[in-house]
Design a protein around this ligand. Sequence first.
Ligand code: KIV
Ligand code: ZN
Length: 508
Amino acid sequence: MRPKVMFFDTTLRDGEQSPGVSLNPREKLEIARQLAAMKVDVIEAGFPVASAGDFEAVSVIARELKGITVCALARTDRDDIETAAQALAGAENPRIHVFISTSPIHMKHMLRMTEEEVLELAVRSVRQARNHSADVEFSAQDATRSDPDFLVRLFTAVIEAGATVVNIPDTVGYTTPEEMAALVRKVRLETPGIDKAVISVHCHDDLGMAVANSLAAVAAGARQVEGTINGIGERAGNAALEEVVMALLTRRDHYGLDVTVQPRAIGGLSRIVSRLTGMPVQPNKAIVGRNAFSHESGIHQDGVLKERQTYEIMSPTDIGLGESTLVLGKHSGRHAFRQKVAELGYAELPEEVLARAFRAFKDLADRKREVSDDDVRALVEDAVYDGVPEAYSLKSFHVSAGNDGQPVATITLSGPEGEVTEAACGDGPIDAVYRAIDRATGHGYTLLEFSLNAVTSGKDALGEASVRISAGDRPFLGRGVSVDIIEASVKAYLNAINKAASAGEGGT
Ligand code: KIV
Ligand code: ZN
């Protein structure tokens, strides 16, 4: 049997630390469900002491997900560890993840502590965490700029105190594959008791080497890789888990290691994470970029048509990005729709999400002759996104616009005080309808970002609008899908407003 590499997903904790990203507990739960369906080994669900929202997200995920390890982050403070333990109370397999900085620069300027003080605190907190959980991970923050001999001493002590995983973070994305491999080897060979713990790595991408560093670590003996979907995270992000997974699977001949992650879930999960975080995936991104399996040059196209493997080392179908053979139209029923969704790699969606997506599909099939795979993907992602309590819902709207007069919009919303109709003029049709919405809700929101994309080609393509608004100094992301681009834009704006309202933030 080959040794196995475990995958620790931190999309919901380190990934959520990306600038401008804020996921609510419901959105985190949807992502966590998809991660569990993809069979990652550990989900780091949040940093419970950081906010009430993080605490709630960790508790809900811990209660709901079975058969998977759910992890919560804590500093070495007593209160952090108690709060993490409380948030994990409902978990089948809880893990507390304790971290402290170990590099001279962090210890001197941030902690103002000596090596001995850091070591003592690390040991005390691992012991405290072990009182609550049999599974405790210890991370030496900024490990790759720390003294390797100190790391070995520290890991020896925390393993003795009960740590089950020792993690080597390249917190600032500074190391190189050769250095990372040497550090892992040193820890593996020189730490007494290392056979009682798993060696893990956690790489950031500041120099674009996070995936290469993670793979070098694995080749040197690390057996847990931490990362995020689409590589999102602080600054330049974390190691993209889908890249590490596919490298280990595609080059099993080279690495000789086992992975139990199901790659078919990657495509759907990547899209859902991108939608919910509002972080687009660059078209040429490895594995999940729109162009990752497109062949433009004539020579390449000719080769692929003759034999796919001439220019493709992986199949898009293997990662849930292929086309399914089932054709959906107006007469397709719930069963066919469910099968299509599964074929597209979305696993274990809750019934209410499937029901919402199916209703939207029926609606679309009435307006469009053939519903494509990309349409279905957009509807499913919209349904995952939806479900925010609707303080305001759309009843009807009308917009009049042209090149010979000022656009005017009228909107009727159902709000907390009943139905309200308002009208407004604007610089364009969307400006007009957004102004009418502001009047109807009685609030003004700052529009930070707005984008509109066609989901598929063709004049009857679904339009997908995405907005980011600011309310009470917090960003809220909204998304809407419709064959009518003004309707998609209205839905996106209302979605963001409803999220702001449910977080207790009105506009100005
Ligand atoms: O990058 C880092 O050092 C971290 C730790 C908390 C593991 O995210
Ligand atoms: Zn990190």
